[in-house]
Write a protein that binds this ligand. Structure first.
Ligand code: M6R
Length: 595
């Protein structure tokens, strides 16, 4: 949440900041701003997407070779010009951008108010910049010393970049539990929330560690310090030739492009395989994740238990981290995350590490915090996912689990491993066929777009697929949607069903089929509008469904991946019918770096 981009060197900062902020918009897009130094400070902030800032800046001064920029996802204070970053200290000497949450901002603010500080915004960030200035003035400290003292006082998470007009050839930055990457260029440095915006400009980066302060200057020099200002080293990574794709190509949105990339992404992962090992002394696997990644974990629970017979539990990271679970060194805690930066998943894995568990992660983003903190990591290799709605990452999370199950079976049941492997080989072409068929989804989506709610139903692995279908629909179309195990409907939710309730029933050729059909018939008997998603070859009573979406017949091992794809398209076309921004739905951000 929130994206930071900063530049210091000899070039014009503004175009680099703007370019970077556009690429970081996936992290938050309710307002944005820049501060650029050129003799005097030019501070430009605007509510809305980065485009609004760009338009606003057209008639303002943007020259200068040092600048800091920010795109915001509001935590404290509504989205507005005033709450947009950068924020300044009372004397306007210091300017700051921040990603994260200063949890103890209230007592700090009270202390500062007692000392005569006045606040313009409702943000926790303004408290931090005022606190730095308070230290500077009260103890007559240099910027970096005041900065380090203030950081020692704050609780919570932060990635901050600080500029001092009295020290106008330098930038200071620091991070704790919020991502920050330093880009090292030729006589220039850049700081960003991820490496993607830096890739066009630099070959080398530093993935800055927690509680590290950076000091850079306009000759491209940089130094790292711990919070006591002892100089330290940080490992440098090469990103030369990193192909970090950032365009929509022929598609009208990143989401649609990413949905269509699934054939290739799955093929790539199946071909490359995975390089992780559950190990011998493991009694259970605890999967922890959030949102869509949690849904893939739930499918994995069904699949690993069925095929590999290992005990699996699935935990929402936000609950697991706080509920004091019973853990041991015989537990493998497996985090799933597209971004690798989700705050709750990081904290859940950290708790597991502290409890002596083995840790593993499945992530899309190499060098992300989660990728670096666990004992073993498996990369999704899905390519950058920019649309807020997770699509191809989900598919490759499930492919990873398929590969993991096959690996596990190779030791215990080679025949089954062989059979499942050959089913998995068919997946890319089946994804391609699924994407090509189903032109009727556009019409069904237009129909759904008239309603206020929808219910998704399934049994077995089709239940988490139902949860995922409902999440996709609600997050991009803003239509209320719930996923349920089909057998649970008569325990309460069936009271909601009438002739204004679309029911998306998901079935597959497996042992649950007849039960699911019966449950859908019960919805039809209550006048529900039935949209049946089924694989080819399943015969259903003629009068059962108002609409039918068909997918190619496939083995149950890969069915969750195939059945999910029409639901991605259903959500997509519903949102576009409603003329909504599918890549940047309201209130959301791609990378949820606050809890
Ligand atoms: O990056 P992560 O996979 O850890 O993100 C977890 C969720 O925030 C994410 O899956 C979210 O639910 C998506 N917007 C769903 O499309």
């Amino acid at each position: 949440m929130c994206g930071i981009m900063a530049y210091i060197g000899k070039k014009q900062a503004y175009p680099i900041l703007l370019n970077g902020l556009k690429k970081l918009e996936y992290r938050g897009y309710d307002s944005s701003g820049v501060a650029i130094m050129n003799g005097s400070l030019s501070l430009l902030k605007k509510e809305g997407k980065v485009q609004a800032l760009e338009t606003f800046a057209e008639t303002r001064k943007t020259e200068g070779n040092i600048g800091i920029g920010h795109t915001r996802w509001a935590t404290h204070g509504i989205p507005s010009d005033i709450n947009a970053h950068p924020h300044q200290s009372q004397s306007e000497r210091l300017t700051i951008v921040h990603n994260g949450i200063i949890e103890n901002h209230e007592p700090l603010k009270e202390m500062l108010i007692k000392h005569g500080y006045k606040f313009q915004s409702s943000t926790d960030t303004e408290v931090l910049v005022q606190l730095i200035e308070w230290y500077q003035k009260r103890y007559n400290l240099t910027t970096i010393v005041a900065f380090s003292r203030a950081l020692q006082d704050v609780e919570g998470s932060f990635a901050v970049v600080l500029f001092d007009v009295y020290d106008p050839t330098k930038l200071f930055a620091a991070r704790r539990q919020s991502p920050m990457v330093l880009g090292i260029g030729e006589k220039e440095c850049m700081i960003s929330s991820d490496a993607m915006p830096l890739a066009p400009y630099v070959d080398q980066v530093v993935y800055v560690e927690d509680d590290v302060i950076i000091e850079t200057d306009d000759t491209g020099e940089y130094k790292f310090f711990d919070l006591n200002l002892t100089q330290i080293d940080q490992p440098i990574s090469d990103i030369k030739n990193a192909s970090i794709a950032y365009d929509m190509g022929e598609f009208e949105s990143f989401m649609l492009k990413e949905v269509h990339e699934q054939t290739e992404a799955a093929h790539r992962l199946i071909t490359s395989g995975i390089d992780i090992n559950i190990g011998k002394n493991i009694d259970r696997i605890i999967i922890t994740a959030c949102g869509t990644s949690w849904h893939s974990g739930l499918i994995a629970e069904y699949m690993i238990e069925k095929f590999a017979r290992i005990n699996v539990e699935v935990e929402y990271a936000s609950e697991f981290r706080y509920r004091d679970p019973v853990l041991s060194s015989r537990d493998l805690v497996l985090g799933i995350s597209q971004s690798g930066e989700t705050a709750d998943t990081i904290a859940a894995l950290q708790m597991a590490k502290n409890a002596g568990c083995k840790t593993m992660a499945i992530v899309n983003t190499a060098n992300s915090t989660i990728a670096r903190m666990v004992d073993q990591v498996s990369l999704l290799n899905a390519g950058p996912e920019i649309g807020v709605a997770s699509t191809k990452a989900f598919t490759n999370q499930l492919v990873t689990f398929c590969l993991l199950i096959i690996n596990l079976l190779e030791d215990s049941n080679i025949d089954l491993a062989y059979d499942l492997k050959s089913e998995l080989q068919k997946l890319p072409s089946l994804i391609s066929r699924t994407l090509k068929a189903n032109e009727n989804i556009v019409d069904i989506a237009a129909y759904i777009s008239q309603y206020k709610s929808a219910i998704f139903l399934g049994r077995g692995t089709m239940y988490p697929v139902a949860l995922e279908g409902a999440l996709k629909l609600k997050e991009i179309s803003y239509i209320h949607a719930e996923g349920y195990p089909a057998g649970e409907m008569k325990h309460g939710p069936i009271a909601l069903v009438d002739n204004k309730m679309p029911i998306i029933g998901i079935c597959n050729e497996d042992k649950h089929l007849s039960k699911t059909i019966s449950n859908i018939q019960e919805m039809k008997a209550r006048n529900g509008i039935i949209i049946l998603l089924k694989s080819e070859g399943i015969h259903i009573p003629k009068e059962l469904a108002d609409f039918v979406i068909e997918t190619p017949r496939c083995h149950e091992f890969i069915a969750p991946i195939i059945q999910n794809i029409p639901l991605q398209l259903l959500a997509y076309h519903t949102a576009t019918t409603l003329e909504l921004d599918v890549d940047k739905p309201r209130n959301l951000a791609k990378s949820v770096t606050v809890e």
